[in-house]
Each structure stands twice: as structure tokens, then as C-alpha cells.
Ligand binder design. Structure first.
Ligand code: NAP
Ligand code: MG
Length: 417
């Protein structure tokens, strides 16, 4: 009989202890409903959960003038580990729906800016869900730089022929100017920028993550064309690799490679996976969606933010699943896939366990992840979103709570061994 030996149908009262809390950010709609169900059924019976709780429900963000989001991000800086449920980013409809004071900014954007992070997105591999690219055998993890480029660009739409230039002025007033070619008619222009410190943070996070996963790191850009901008990224990656990570990579038997972005695309598709692909902000936006869709679904995806200071936040990559929530409110049963939410918790708990040296907590997290995979892969019990993707196809699907109950059965079997 193991640590969780069965005593007359109940589990032994010894729950896994935690020393320090993880920061818990609750969210909205369907994911909020599943978040509490996952806690109640899959976590609390086995782990003496220590969390510092922040309610990021859109009404509470509104009530606190978004202060709760800042407090939550600061708590991650204090405790080092956080888990986040999906949250509504309000638009005009949401302002009406929840009677909000204004369109508050995206909590993810606020938190990322405060932690200065890089977001790593990896598929959760299930054998029966086949990738659209048949060569892919191992995960491809996209590391997206989440600062600058077109996301912080300024632009002008001009209607006449004309000219334009960019002036940079340093703190002592020295100026440097570059001119665009003369414009022969109407058109558009933008100016984009990045900051070396942020690029260094991105590179550091990517190198550290590749070492943690013991896989190769790729970085791809277009320095042949973008001889100042992309070349700066390439040089920063090279310099940090040579000065800090080269020896450690060699010890682990992993490699760092720079590719031109078009070369990288063709290599990604011909590869069998099993590497981290670091992408500039826009490339990461586009290619993480492509890679995740080709692997299966956003509900089969982990999303982890690592900051240069070692702060960590895990979340589900999908949204609050609004359409399902409205059905749920009408009393209908829904088949929303809680896998990514469960993995947000397991990754957070595992990280806490690794930092605090709690082997039991790390083991528990791994067993819970295996229980989820086993439920889908072996038991063929799954929600409608993956039933569609499975080969051979599965015609029966289950509702969210039934799926969680099936995971619980597998988890208890695994804990009892
Ligand atoms: P969504 O919540 O990701 O859902 C879009 C559709 O994808 C769903 O209607 C559903 O398709 C499918 N889907 C997503 N997650 C699923 C899951 N776990 N299980 C089964 N199916 C799933 O995106 P949205 O409806 O466009 O956005 C809703 C809200 O989420 C918005 O207010 C947005 O601001 C917010 N959002 C938050 C985050 C975040 O916090 N990380 C990210 C994105 C969006 P079917 O309806 O076809 O079943
Ligand atoms: Mg995108």
C-alpha cells in the first residue's frame, strides 16, 4: 500500500504539504466553473493547497479599477509561481454585458509587461490525436517574445507624394536621422522598435527553457534583409549563447542554431519535432497558432511564462469559452475540455515542488498529467473537441464533469500504487 492507501473507500488523511503558496488567479465564464471543479475534485483531496488567491473575474477587475491584476502580478514576483485561469478582455459588448466602467486592458498583457516574460507554448501529446504534419513525433515548443515590434508601432497613412524620416535623439541631444525613399503617391508607413534589455531577457528565457527541457533551441529571423533590426536579435542570441550557455548546452548534449526564418519554416515541417523554436513577436503570434492547430487543439496546449528573474506563470492558452458558458447558464450540460486548465495547475504545482524541493508534489503533478493522458488515450473518454480529431474516430463523447471524474478514477488508481 502506497502513501495513498485506500482505507474503507476513503483516502488516507495525509495530504501532500506545501511550504510556500502559489499565486492563484481565478478567471471568467466556463473556465471559472471548471477551474473550481478541477480544484475540488482533482487537487484539494490530495494536496493541502496553499494559494494566494486573486479574483480576476471581470467584475472584480472593474470594482478594483484593475488593481487586482497588478496585485496578482506583484504576488507572482514575490512567490515566484502563479497559475492563471482564462479571463475576459473586455470590448464594447462586454462593457455592456457586465456593466463595466471601461474596456480594461488585457490581464495577460498587463501581467506580461510587469513580469517581462517570454511565453512558451507546447502541445500536450496524445497518441490517438495525430498531428496534421505526419513527420511530427515530438512536441515543438514555440517561445514567443512578447514585447515591441509591430505591437508597439506608430504609423502614418499619407495621401500625397512626400517624404519622411526617422530621428533618434539621445539624452544629451545628439541626433541621428534616416530617410525613407521619397514617396511617389499615397501610402502607409510605420516605425517599430525594440529594446536590447528585453531581447536579452527573451534570449535568456529561451536558453534556460531549452536546458530545462533538454532539447535543442532554434532562433529564426531575417537578418539578411533586416540588417539592423533582426541582426540585433541574432547578435544578442549569439553573444549570450557564447558567453553563458555554450558549455552547459554541450554538457546536456543539446544545440543552439540560428536559421533564416524561411529556412526554419521548411525545416520545422520536415522535422520530427522535439525542440524549442524562439520567434520574434509577430512570427511567434502567427506560428504558435499554426503549430498548435497542426498538433490538435488549443485545449491540448500548455502555456508557460518564464521571466528572466525566474518568475513563472502557467495558464490555459484558450479563452473563457463563452459559447459553452451561455449554454451552461441555461442549465445545459457542456463538453468543454478542461485539459489545459488541469495542466495549468500541474505545471504550477510542479514548479513550486521543484523550487521548494517537494518531491511528493512533483510526483503528484506528473501522476495527474498521466491520468489525463490515460483517460483520453487508453480509456477513449474525451470531450467533443478532441473526439472529432481522434483516429480512429470516437463517436461517443463525455461532458466536462464526466471527463474530470474519469481522470479522478485514473489518478486514484495511480496514487494507490
Ligand atoms: P475561446 O474561449 O478560446 O473559444 C473559442 C472556441 O474554441 C469555443 O467556442 C470552442 O469551440 C473552442 N474551445 C476553446 N477552448 C475550448 C475547450 N477548452 N474545450 C472545448 N472547446 C474549446 O475564444 P473566444 O470565445 O473567442 O473568447 C472568449 C473570451 O475569452 C473573450 O472574452 C476573450 O477576451 C477571452 N480570451 C482569454 C484568453 C486568456 O485569458 N488566456 C485567451 C483568449 C481569449 P466550439 O464553440 O466550436 O465548441
Ligand atoms: Mg495569435
Amino acid at each position: 500500500m502506497g502513501r495513498f492507501g485506500i482505507v474503507s473507500g476513503d483516502y488516507m488523511t495525509t495530504k501532500i504539504e506545501m511550504n510556500r503558496p502559489i499565486v492563484e488567479m481565478d478567471g471568467d465564464e466556463m473556465t471559472r466553473v471548471l477551474w473550481s471543479s478541477v480544484k475540488e475534485k482533482l487537487l484539494s483531496p490530495y494536496v493541502e493547497l496553499k494559494t494566494e488567491y486573486f479574483d480576476l473575474h471581470v467584475s472584480n477587475r472593474d470594482k478594483t479599477n484593475d488593481q487586482v491584476t497588478f496585485d496578482a502580478a506583484n504576488a507572482v514576483k514575490k512567490w515566484g509561481v502563479g497559475v492563471k485561469c482564462a479571463t475576459i478582455t473586455p470590448n464594447t459588448e462586454r462593457v455592456k454585458e457586465y456593466n463595466l466602467k471601461k474596456e480594461w486592458p488585457s490581464p495577460n498583457g498587463t501581467i506580461r509587461k510587469m513580469l517581462d516574460g517570454t511565453v512558451f507554448r507546447a502541445p500536450i501529446m496524445v497518441k490517438s490525436v495525430l498531428p496534421a504534419v505526419r513527420y511530427w513525433k515530438k512536441p515543438i515548443i514555440v517561445a514567443r517574445h512578447a514585447f515591441g515590434d509591430i505591437y508597439d508601432a506608430i504609423g502614418i497613412r499619407f495621401l500625397e507624394p512626400g517624404s519622411a524620416e526617422i530621428t533618434y535623439r539621445d539624452s544629451s541631444g545628439h541626433e541621428e536621422k534616416v530617410k525613407y525613399p521619397d514617396f511617389k503617391g499615397s501610402g502607409v508607413l510605420i516605425g517599430i522598435y525594440n529594446i536590447d534589455k528585453s531581447i536579452e531577457g527573451f534570449a535568456e528565457a529561451a536558453f534556460k527553457y531549452a536546458m530545462m527541457k533538454k532539447v535543442d533551441l532554434w532562433f529564426a529571423a531575417k537578418d539578411t534583409i533586416s540588417k539592423i533590426y533582426d541582426a540585433d536579435f541574432k547578435e544578442i542570441f549569439r553573444r549570450i549563447f557564447e558567453s553563458k550557455y555554450k558549455d552547459e548546452f554541450a554538457k546536456l548534449g543539446i544545440n543552439y542554431n540560428y536559421y533564416l526564418i524561411d529556412d526554419a519554416i521548411s525545416r520545422v515541417v520536415r522535422s520530427e519535432g522535439g525542440f524549442v523554436w524562439a520567434c520574434k513577436n509577430y512570427d511567434g503570434d502567427v506560428f504558435s497558432d499554426m503549430v498548435s492547430t497542426a498538433f490538435g487543439s488549443l485545449a491540448l496546449m500548455t502555456s508557460e511564462l518564464f521571466s528572466p528573474e525566474g518568475h513563472y506563470l502557467s495558464e490555459a492558452a484558450h479563452g473563457t469559452v463563452q459559447r459553452h458558458y451561455y449554454k451552461y447558464l441555461k442549465g445545459e450540460k457542456v463538453s468543454t475540455n478542461p485539459t489545459a486548465l488541469i495542466f495549468a495547475w500541474t505545471r504550477g504545482l510542479k514548479r513550486r515542488g521543484e523550487i521548494d524541493g517537494l518531491k511528493d508534489l512533483v510526483d503528484f503533478s506528473e501522476k495527474l498529467e498521466s491520468a489525463v493522458i490515460q483517460t483520453i488515450e487508453n480509456d477513449k473518454i474525451m470531450t467533443q473537441d478532441i473526439a472529432k480529431l481522434t483516429e480512429p474516430p470516437v463517436t461517443q463523447f463525455v461532458y466536462s464533469e464526466e471527463f474530470i471524474d474519469a481522470v479522478k478514477r485514473n489518478l486514484e488508481r495511480s496514487l494507490a500504487n
